[in-house]
Design a protein around this ligand. Structure first.
Ligand code: ZN
Length: 67
């Protein structure tokens, strides 16, 4: 029999019925838990904590504005 094990798209652990399995319809990928899914999506979207050096943004009265 030709078995193809399914593994988490983030941490590569085997997907089992003991985990809260997430499935991305967009990426056709399984994840073993919510945290793995969210971390994978943040990476794919290249989402990082904001750095003022990256963008022309300034703060006025506590709110962000484009320069
Ligand atoms: Zn995982």
């Amino acid at each position: 029999m030709n078995e193809r094990e399914i593994r988490c798209g983030r941490c590569n652990k085997p997907i089992t019925n003991k985990t809260e399995v997430e499935y991305s319809q967009e990426y056709s990928e399984f994840y073993c838990k919510w945290d793995c899914a969210v971390e994978a999506f943040f990476d794919r979207a290249r989402c990082v904590p904001f750095d003022f050096k990256d963008k022309d943004v300034e703060i006025k009265r506590g709110k962000f504005y484009w320069k």
